[in-house]
Design a protein. Structure first.
Length: 160
């Protein structure tokens, strides 16, 4: 056996620093957050936007039920992606989460299950950008591959 090493890098800054397409995607996720419904878990109100390779942007938000199940924002957005956009592959996901009173300024990261679901949209491409933000405050940008190392891909099902 020998030791392996995987490098993980990211950039960080402030939501006000986002510009161009990243700013557009942030605003889309921020707007989607207005539809979030999370009265039971006391977790954040979360909005997400998915920018696809064909340029289309799909949004979603978290939504709970009294039985403590629900849909995460990334999952909600993923369900709205049409087939043509899905074939073009995921380019960037932007997540904006904060409590209803917006008192927390730390970035919201995708959960493990959502990382796998987003990977399915990547069509195996490297470099899908994950922008993790809050309504105000810090933002962290990483790649999906870095957030889910040694991932399980559809091609792994074909291994014998
Ligand atoms: Zn999730």
């Amino acid at each position: 056996m020998e030791a392996g090493f995987k490098m993980f890098s990211y950039v960080q800054g402030w939501v006000d620093d986002l510009d161009g397409e990243r700013s557009v995607d942030y605003e889309a996720a921020l707007s989607a957050r207005n539809e979030a419904y999370a009265p039971y878990s006391n977790f954040f109100m979360v909005g997400a936007s998915l920018r696809m390779g064909n340029g289309r942007v799909f949004t979603g938000w978290n939504s709970e039920t009294i039985s403590y199940d629900g849909v995460h924002a990334e999952e909600s957005a993923r369900g709205r992606v049409d087939s043509a956009s899905r074939l073009s592959g995921l380019k960037r996901v932007t997540i904006v989460g904060a409590p209803a009173d917006e008192s927390v300024c730390e970035p919201t990261a995708p959960c493990g299950a959502c990382r796998q679901k987003l990977l399915e949209l990547s069509c195996g491409a490297d470099g899908v950008e994950v922008v993790m933000a809050s309504v105000k405050g810090r933002v962290i940008i990483a790649t999906l591959n870095d957030l889910l190392p040694f991932a399980f891909f559809p091609k792994d099902l074909l291994k014998k």
